[in-house]
Write a protein of this length. Sequence first.
Lengths: 294, 320
Amino acid sequence: MADGRRWFENTKTFTARARPMDSAVAPDLWTLCDKCGTPIFNETLAQNSQVCPSCGHHFPVSGAVRLRMLCDEGSLVFHDADLVSVDALSFVDSKPYGRRVAASRSQVGTNDAFVSASGVIEGIPVEVGSFEFRFMGGSMGSVVGEMITRVFERARARSVPAVVVSASGGARMQEGVLSLMQMAKTCAAVARLKDDAHMPYISVLSHPTTGGVAASFSMLGDVIVAEPGALIGFAGPRVIKETIGQDLPVGFQTSEYLLEHGMIDRVVKRTELRALLAQLLGQLTNAAPRGAGA
Amino acid sequence: MDLVLDFERPIAELRHQIDALRDVHAGGHEVDIQASITHLEGELAELQTRIFSRLTPWQRTQLARHTGRPFTLDYIEGLCTEWTELHGDRGGFDDHAIVCGLARFRGQSVVVIGNQKGRKTRENLVRNFGMARPEGYRKALRVMKLANDFGLPILTFVDTPGAYPGVEAEANGQAEAIARNIMEMARLNVPVVTVIAGEGGSGGALAIAVANRVLMLENGVYSVISPEGCAAILWRDRAEAPRAAEALGITARDCLKLGVIDELIEEPIGGAHRHRAATIQRVGDAIASHLNALKDLSPEQIRADREQRFRKLGRFMEGA
Ligand SMILES: [Zn+2]
């Protein structure tokens, strides 16, 4: 499940690759769609929420960009960005865990695989968080677990809804059983938000949401929505294939498959996500619709 | 049960030698054979202590998976009276990889839930090697809620390689079932005591292990991923599992150090698989003392106690 490194390497195939399309045009102005191969102006891609205008492919987005897409301009106040992981197990695979984290920190610019903030979505105050998938495949260790727990705790203390966007390969192997414990920590905090503050939590699943992240808070949203075509599941497709010794059904473990099997409420395009969240939050908290007057 | 692990072989050979001498002795031959037997028995005890005091994490993993170890139903049989198994998730399925029921533990009415492995092939097919489907977790949750409704303490026994990775299991919401159990266990207002008895395989184990007190047998393992799975990903070779077992910190001693368990229950020298009755009694005594320590807490205190236990778990620095 805690497939930190493999997920990370896989991301390269999903990452927008800038390629020169024309010798007269600066290469960093264009991106080729990974799915349909169409060249897209980077500016167009940004305006379209990092979704390919011709085929609808959803490019990965960083945690901070994600929160800016969802929240009102200037509303974000970031939290807990100073939390840094500790190598409790002195874990070494091809390199020591500490060096792996340091490399991700300098490459990605965050201290770990999560970004969280207080924000406002179309006038509704919320506590929000998003995974940073580029950071060790968005794997959840102690720092990510703590940051997510605090999102729910802040929401409970302020009596506001919580929104968390997942993109993670699962629990982080390099922190061993402590990563497993983050599943319990985060889920207990979700329960308290519901029980004490009676505030909703909306879970947004993006590509990919698997392992210990799928099997904890991300599947506990009062409403669960997913971006199109995301891989969502507990066990990885490779593990399942090895176990059953058969090919997997077409479209297995995609957002659409989960919708069909009753596991999520809606599949929503990223370009429509913010409006949907605003509508849902307004409905769940019975807040007056925007523009309806006081 | 008679499966002898590699590192146990010297012990088995010595025991064999002693047995052979005993046979000769019983035949009424040499006088000083009894002295030899006594001497060898001393050596055997020493050898066992030596081998079992320095087991590697991989050797403990092998012990945790040994079919001679007590399984959930063995604990129930050894520790409880009036065992009344309850079946089904009320959604169309009864998963035999998890057993649930009512029982009396030292006089106290309790709910018992545990992963159940099989010893023989046919039994293992019925039990799916202790790998539960979502329906199994939902059955467990239903019975936990029953305990909550009637104020009964819950005992859980964890012994699973993990949740079942199958197509139907995914389609029926394996991730959701595990997540739901974890959250609902955090909410319970009755005491929960968990014993990691054998394999504590990742989320599939945690789904019945969000307890006020988590106890673990000395040769159990509790891990975020199996050593084989970890080795396949990080070293691209399942044969590196012993190395992964070392790196992952999966032993009871590691878990105690990290605060993941509250008590390590020592196994008799030679392991739980060679001393089932004694192991079961030790586990029973440990459960009883922890249940007793929780008995005066109010329902809200019980929940808060469990929440605080898990809230603390994790290692990080702040202000960097
Ligand atoms: Zn495209």
